[in-house]
Design a protein around this ligand. Structure first.
Ligand code: ATP
Ligand code: MG
Length: 234
């Protein structure tokens, strides 16, 4: 084995190790929370009987466990995507759909009152709908999570054979030296604010590259951040 192959192997082992480390740590948080809640209810029922739990309590319990289950399932989905990317099995299912209808549906689904939308694109695209939605969801989640609850603008426009989807927040911005790095695997800026594996942008970039597009980033400290998806219509 030559030097480069050994180096490659070593890097891939180090990456695997990092992956297991970060993933198990992130999985642990919602799992612990779930376990505590279930144990609490179990103990209560053992003492007072199953009938003694009020519907209000059940509702709040379900809400909290639902959050944890969603978070767990999202983490596992991201891990699956990463292993598909690594093994070259990350494939797209392209289909024709209407871009403005898709955007309207998407924004209806995400219940965030601070979104201002400007969509002017009654146009047919041939993309993997599910994967593009995944990218949008990650960018929007990031804008909400790291944008410190600022206003968020979503804009769609079309020029020649390209669609431009912009997601802009007016949050703290991303330092210049971080801007390139955040597209890498496991790269999380401020760990105290991140709830994920630092895979969102990496997976998004993969998806957009499969569509022969680009993700452009513009950010200024104190002013905010915009991510622009530039994707060929078909
Ligand atoms: N709109 C934004 N404003 C400020 N910082 C951002 C913004 N979007 C992303 N970042 C920074 O980029 C980092 C990487 O983002 P990415 O979506 O890849 O991972 P994550 O959000 O930390 O975790 P995951 O997406 O896997 O849940 C974030 O941790 C954050 O520091
Ligand atoms: Mg993210």
């Amino acid at each position: 084995m030559d030097y480069t192959s050994i180096k490659k192997l070593y890097e891939s082992l180090a990456l695997k190790n990092e992956f297991i480390c970060v993933a198990s740590h992130e999985l642990k948080t919602p799992l612990t929370s779930l376990m505590l809640q279930v144990e609490m209810v179990k103990r209560f029922m053992d003492h007072h009987g199953a009938d003694a739990i009020s519907p209000v309590k059940v509702k709040s319990l379900i809400n909290r466990t639902h959050q944890d289950v969603l978070r767990l399932s999202r983490l596992v989905d991201d891990m699956l995507d990463i292993s598909r990317i690594n093994s070259g099995k990350f494939t797209m299912n392209y289909e024709y759909f209407n871009l403005d209808e898709f955007m309207d549906d998407f924004l209806d689904k995400v219940a965030y009152s601070q979104i201002r939308k400007k969509i002017n694109a009654p146009i047919l695209v041939k993309w993997d709908k599910f994967r593009i939605e995944q990218v949008m969801l990650n960018l929007l989640n990031n804008a909400i999570r790291y944008g410190e609850e600022s206003q968020i603008d979503v804009e769609v426009s079309v020029e020649d054979n390209l669609a431009f989807i912009t997601i802009r927040d007016y949050g703290p911005g991303i330092p210049m030296e971080m801007q390139k790095k955040i597209f890498e695997r496991f790269e999380r800026g401020d760990i105290s604010k991140s709830e994920g594996l630092g895979l969102g942008l990496y997976i998004s970039q993969e998806i957009i590259q499969h569509h022969k597009g680009k993700i452009l980033l513009e950010s200024e400290i104190g002013k905010g951040t915009s991510f622009v998806l530039q994707i060929p219509l078909t």
